[in-house]
Ligand binder design. Structure first.
Ligand SMILES: NC(=O)c1ccc[n+]([C@@H]2O[C@H](COP(=O)([O-])OP(=O)(O)OC[C@H]3O[C@@H](n4cnc5c(N)ncnc54)[C@H](OP(=O)(O)O)[C@@H]3O)[C@@H](O)[C@H]2O)c1
Length: 324
């Protein structure tokens, strides 16, 4: 079958190990099933794998990709949950299973004509969502949903104030759209004036340069940028506020500023992906509210190299979709 695979790894030139060509169809263990993929989307995770981060070289060649939507062996339209894990081993949450793995880490990923997953990893696709839109949900959107809805401690009924750092990112754009749909005031920062403008267009209430003094102290910060914005995130919180962190694009070890942490009684919580049930909740939330994932561009799977080049350049606002 046609697939996009990592065949070698290079930290400085990730695209040198990218192969768009024939790969064997995946094995289907007991309790697993196959999905015919209609659309898949790219994530930084795919670039990390090509750079040799998180994917041991002895697993190559590895079909890349965490996100997909398609048609199940039973003919149902489905979204593919990317976390392979046992909820029982994580106290009811497969993301807390110490042996959890994401598609394309141990098992072949979604940038292919077909993917094999445990049956429980299939989530019904709302008919109103296109395959392209549905394929945006399993990683960046699920991560943002868990952060905004479950980890931020913002009021479920809305009315909270949220700061999203690095407005142009895949997780950040999802957090802006979801934060507004959940009824919160959303402030954003971005280095780029054009991205600040676009963030306002997708619903942000106010947009600032990184490090700017905000007009209000916020209840929660969505933090994926890491070292470059960490100090500003701490300074922007009200007493008792909370940073929710799921990424560290610019570095993982900023000064902790523990004095600010204890004196203002701040909380810092981590968040990674989400559960199968949260993916189903997210699909229902999107169906109910009418918000839609932001698609940056759509290309056929055979043109994956061009989409990867765009991701490497950082020339992205929203998700890069590949169709089968
Ligand atoms: N834990 C999880 O489950 C999970 C899931 C998905 C992603 N992630 C992680 O979350 C991070 C973001 O992912 P993404 O897909 O949203 O990435 P992305 O689309 O590349 O976004 C990263 C954003 O970071 C900002 N940024 C980059 N360099 C910066 C700098 N030097 N100073 C200030 N801001 C900077 C940029 O914002 P502006 O250009 O707007 O300033 C950019 O839009 C990645 O590290 C990824 O690995 C984690």
């Amino acid at each position: 079958m046609l697939a996009v695979a990592a065949v070698s790894q290079n930290a400085d030139d990730p695209l040198s190990g990218l192969d768009v060509g024939e790969q064997p169809a995946p094995d289907v263990p007991d309790g697993w099933t196959t999905v015919s993929i209609r659309a898949a989307t790219l994530n930084h995770h795919d670039l990390f794998s090509l750079r040799g981060v998180g994917l041991p070289a002895d697993r190559l060649p590895m079909i890349l990709g965490c996100d997909a939507a398609g048609v199940s062996a039973d003919g149902d339209e489905v979204i593919v949950h990317a976390v392979i894990g046992d909820p029982a081993a994580g106290g009811g949450d497969e993301t807390l299973d110490p042996r959890r793995t994401l598609l394309s880490e141990l098992y072949p990923g979604t940038l292919a004509e077909a993917v094999a997953v445990p049956r429980r990893n299939l989530v019904p696709k709302p008919p109103a969502l296109s395959f392209e839109e549905a394929a945006c949900l399993p990683t960046a959107w699920l991560t943002a949903y868990r952060m905004v809805v479950h980890r931020s401690a913002l009021p479920a009924a809305g009315g909270g104030t949220l700061l999203v750092q690095g407005a142009g990112g895949g997780v950040s754009t999802a957090a802006i759209i979801l934060g507004k749909a959940a009824g919160h005031t959303v402030l954003v920062t971005s280095r780029d004036a054009a991205k600040r403008e676009r963030a306002l267009k997708i619903g942000a209430d106010e947009a600032f340069e990184p490090g700017a003094r905000l007009p209000v102290r916020v209840d929660a910060v969505i933090e994926t940028v890491g070292a470059a914005t960490w100090g500003h995130s701490l300074r922007s919180l009200r007493p008792g506020g909370r940073i929710v962190c799921s990424g560290t694009t610019t570095g993982a070890n900023p000064p902790a500023e523990l004095n600010r942490l204890f004196f203002l009684q701040l909380s810092v919580v981590g968040s990674t992906m989400g559960t199968r049930d949260e993916l189903a909740e997210l699909a229902a939330f999107i169906d109910r509210t009418g918000v839609r994932p932001l698609v940056n561009d759509v290309r056929p799977l055979a043109d994956a190299r061009a989409s990867f080049a765009k991701l490497v350049r950082g020339d992205v606002f929203g998700k890069l979709v590949l169709t089968v």
